[in-house]
Design a protein around this ligand. Structure first.
Ligand SMILES: [Zn+2]
Length: 78
């Protein structure tokens, strides 16, 4: 079995696809092979995962609060 070896730069470029599971199986296998031997990219992936989980949860309430405050300001102004 021949597998395309990837470097850190490739990993970083494809990390979003990897997390969205938008890759063909051989692409995933290459990513996982790289992860197995590269601590920096393992950390990078963990960090990206945290960021995505964080970004997915937090901004919406923030936007809601901002919208509510803007509405309250507008109502007070009348
Ligand atoms: Zn790497």
């Amino acid at each position: 079995m021949t597998m395309e070896a990837i470097r850190c730069r490739d990993f970083v470029e494809r990390v979003t696809e990897y997390m969205e599971e938008a890759q063909p199986p051989e692409g995933r296998a290459a990513m996982e092979a790289h992860l197995a031997e590269c601590e920096a990219c393992t950390r990078y992936l963990a960090q990206m995962g945290q960021t995505v989980a964080w970004v997915g949860r937090l901004p919406l309430p923030k936007v809601e609060v901002a919208a509510r405050e803007a509405l309250a300001r507008r109502l007070r102004g009348r």
